[in-house]
Design a protein around this ligand. Structure first.
Ligand code: UGA
Length: 425
């Protein structure tokens, strides 16, 4: 079993550290945030992520994971150093490498001889080289090992991945990193660092393209009178297309897709390739936010002064409390900006949201619906399907539901006199 340092305890770092500890390695996770480290030492998990609390507690009890402040305190003792620091979107769409470079500079002098630094952060093509330059250590290999974890299922995705991608110029380093996954049953693909970095961006950009395409098809279905649920079912039977990632919605979001699609477009531009398709993918997504907001506004009618909207869902998808680039927030900003009053409920978001200063957040879906003229469903939380719809009918003033995730059972709602406006149906 190996000694692994994980630098950065965000959702990627914490999941990576906890899962490696679960696989039997000795892990030290480092962060600059002392409060967070104190809480993690007590087994308190700062994010909503299924199964993560349990495996962190088990690893703490087994002495397999430690949490320390400062990268140097983790890296001085490890053979592998996973860089899991944020790479936020810069002004021009490119990824900001400032945290990554700073982490490399910091750990460079303290790395044990012959250790391996692994880039897990999503970084622009060529960054493995950049990290090597900042480490200033000729005896240390830098390897790319991109993550493909989804928020909400990150632990499951780490332990049962579709593939593990390792990008290394040094075969020995690649084999050493591959050995860390010996207890994981998945194809391990070894390639060069630039290809590994490109695989990460290409995968996210392809999935985002698939979603923009599906949303555009849903819009077309509305024009021609087709039902997108049947259309995507029919498409998904073709194994070349696949059944996954075909659900239309209010637009796609999260901490990865918007930033990674923009970053890939920028990388292409920097290398002299005009990736017009990706710009269109982003434009279609923005138009989807507008279109969903328009559905709500149209249902409210011309005079918004006394109108109330109930919103179910704020997080960017079910299973997480993450609000970053959330389609729900995008849509509600547009509806609120037009002057409608909004009361929202999300099972993972208990308090008001700074991006939506005028939106009241309550602790129950039926309270959110009180006196609402229109209800809009923006995140696909399964619990919304099981709300008491008789009580919903009593609570609401109006009878229109915009189901932007095609989540609710239409027949149940139609029987109670609701008008349901979905996406692509
Ligand atoms: C995404 C990728 O799926 C992961 O493989 C990748 O590792 C991760 O980004 C990352 O780069 O870190 P995540 O951001 O957690 O994972 O979210 P997804 O589950 O991919 O969903 C993204 C958005 O697409 C959400 O707004 C979701 O609601 C939407 N979506 C997804 C749909 O509208 N329809 C679908 O059928 C699927």
């Amino acid at each position: 079993m190996a000694r692994i340092a994980v630098i950065g305890t965000g959702y990627v770092g914490l999941t990576t550290g906890a899962c490696f500890a679960h696989l039997g390695h000795d892990v030290i996770c480092a962060d600059i945030d002392a409060d967070k480290i104190e809480r993690l030492k007590r087994g308190e998990i700062p994010i909503v992520e299924e199964g993560l609390g349990r495996i962190v507690s088990e690893a703490l009890a087994a002495g397999k994971i430690k949490f320390v402040v400062g990268a140097v305190n983790a890296s001085s003792y490890a053979e592998f150093h996973y860089l899991c620091v944020p790479t936020p979107q810069g002004e021009d769409g490119s990824a900001d490498l400032h945290y990554l470079e700073a982490a490399a500079e910091e750990i460079g002098p303290c790395l044990p001889t012959d250790s391996v630094v692994v880039n897990k952060s999503t970084v622009p093509v060529g960054s493995t080289e950049v990290v090597a330059m900042h480490l200033k250590r000729s005896d240390v290999q830098v390897v790319s090992n991109p993550e493909f974890l989804r928020e909400g299922t990150a632990v499951k995705d780490f332990l049962n991945p579709d593939r593990v991608v390792i990008g290394a110029s040094d075969q020995k380093a690649a084999i050493r990193v591959a050995a860390l996954y010996s207890r994981v049953r998945a194809p391990i693909m070894v390639t060069d660092p630039v290809s590994a970095e490109t695989i990460k961006y290409a995968s996210n950009a392809f999935l985002a393209t698939k979603l923009s395409f599906v949303n555009a098809i849903a819009n077309l279905c509305e024009h021609v009178g087709a039902d997108v649920n049947d259309v995507t079912l029919g498409m998904g039977y073709d194994t070349r297309i696949g059944k996954d990632f075909l659900r239309p919605g209010p637009g796609w979001g999260g901490s990865c897709f918007p930033k990674d699609v923009a970053a890939l477009a920028k990388i292409a531009e920097d290398y002299g390739y005009d990736f017009t398709l990706l710009r269109e993918v982003l434009a279609v997504n923005n138009a989807q936010f507008d279109r969903t907001a328009q559905k709500v506004l149209q249902a409210l009618g011309e005079d918004l002064s006394e109108k109330k909207v109930a919103a179910w869902g704020l997080s960017f998808k079910a299973g997480t409390d993450d609000l970053r680039e959330s389609p729900a927030v995008e849509v509600l900003q547009r509806v609120s900006g037009a002057g409608a009053q909004i009361t929202a409920y999300d099972p993972a978001v208990p308090n008001g949201v700074k991006e939506l200063p005028l939106v009241e957040v309550v602790s129950d879906p039926l309270i959110a619906a009180k006196d609402a003229d229109v209800l809009v469903v923006l995140t696909e939380w399964p619990e919304f399907k099981f709300v008491d719809f008789d009580q919903l009918a009593e609570q609401m003033r109006g009878r229109v539901i915009i189901d932007a995730r095609n989540l609710l059972d239409r027949s149940v709602l139609l029987r109670r006199g609701f008008t349901v406006i979905g996406i692509g149906r």
